[in-house]
Design a protein around this ligand. Structure first.
Ligand SMILES: Cc1cc2nc3c(=O)[nH]c(=O)nc-3n(C[C@H](O)[C@H](O)[C@H](O)COP(=O)(O)O)c2cc1C
Length: 193
C-alpha cells in the first residue's frame, strides 16, 4: 500500500481572523494535493497556562498539553504558519512548544519533535512578512531536532494580501505557498523509503 504522509498543520496565532490561519490552510491544501493526510488544528482549541514548573510538578501536564503531545506523536510532518511578534516567535507558539516538549514516562526524550519534518511560513502586516520570527522558530525547532525544510514562505502586508475567499490575491504567491505543503509531503514520502 502506498505510504501516506501524516501532517499536523497549525498557526502560531489564536486570533479569529488570523492571516496565519489562512496561510497554513493554503499550504495544507498543497500537501493534500500531493497525497498527504493533513489534520488542521487551531491552538485556540487547546488553551494552556503559561508554562510553570511548579504547576507541572503539582498537577502534571495539563490535559490540552497531553492532547497536543498525542497529535505531535501521531504525525511525521508539521506545517506551521507563525506571526512575528516583536521580531520573534509568538508567545502562544513558544508556550505550546514548551509544554509539548516536556518529558513524560514511557516517551523518549523530545519524542514529539525528534526526526519530525517541518515547513515554516509566516504572514505579517509588516514589510518583511515575519521573516525575522521564522529565523528564531527555525533555530528553536532545529535545537529540539526537528528537520526544518530550507524553503519557507513569508507574506508581507498580509492585510492586503488575501482575497475574500482566503486565497492569496497574487497567484504566484498562492502557488508558492501550496508548493511548501507539496514539498513537505514529498520529503516525508522520500524519507519513508
Ligand atoms: C505583540 C505584537 C507584536 C508584533 N510585532 C510584529 C513584528 O515584529 N513584525 C511584524 O511584521 N508584525 C508584527 N506584529 C503585527 C502582526 O504581524 C499582525 O498582528 C499579524 O496580523 C499577526 O498575525 P495573525 O493575523 O496571524 O494573528 C505584531 C503584533 C503584535 C500583536
Amino acid at each position: 500500500m502506498a505510504y501516506v504522509p501524516k501532517i499536523l498543520a497549525f498557526a502560531g496565532s489564536t486570533r479569529t481572523d488570523s492571516f496565519n490561519k489562512k496561510l497554513v490552510r493554503i499550504a495544507a491544501e498543497g500537501a493534500r494535493k500531493a497525497g498527504a493526510e493533513v489534520i488542521s488544528i487551531d491552538l485556540r482549541d487547546y488553551p494552556l497556562p503559561i508554562y510553570d514548573g511548579d504547576l507541572e510538578q503539582r498537577e502534571g501536564l495539563p490535559a490540552n498539553a497531553r492532547k497536543l503531545k498525542d497529535l505531535f506523536l501521531a504525525h511525521q510532518g508539521l506545517l506551521i504558519s507563525a506571526p512575528e511578534y516583536n521580531s520573534s516567535i509568538s508567545a502562544v507558539l513558544k508556550n505550546t512548544i514548551d509544554w509539548v516538549s516536556r518529558p513524560v514516562p514511557g516517551e523518549p526524550p523530545l519524542g514529539c519533535f525528534v526526526d519530525k519534518v517541518a515547513a515554516l511560513m509566516s504572514a505579517s502586516t509588516g514589510a518583511l512578512g515575519g521573516l525575522r520570527g521564522l529565523v528564531h522558530i527555525r533555530a528553536i525547532l532545529g535545537n529540539i531536532r526537528v528537520i526544518v525544510l530550507p524553503d519557507q514562505g513569508a507574506v508581507p502586508k498580509a492585510h492586503e494580501a488575501f482575497a475574500p475567499d482566503s486565497s492569496l490575491k497574487d497567484p504566484q504567491q498562492q502557488a508558492a505557498v501550496e508548493q511548501l505543503g507539496r514539498n513537505l509531503a514529498q520529503v516525508l514520502s522520500l524519507l519513508a523509503h
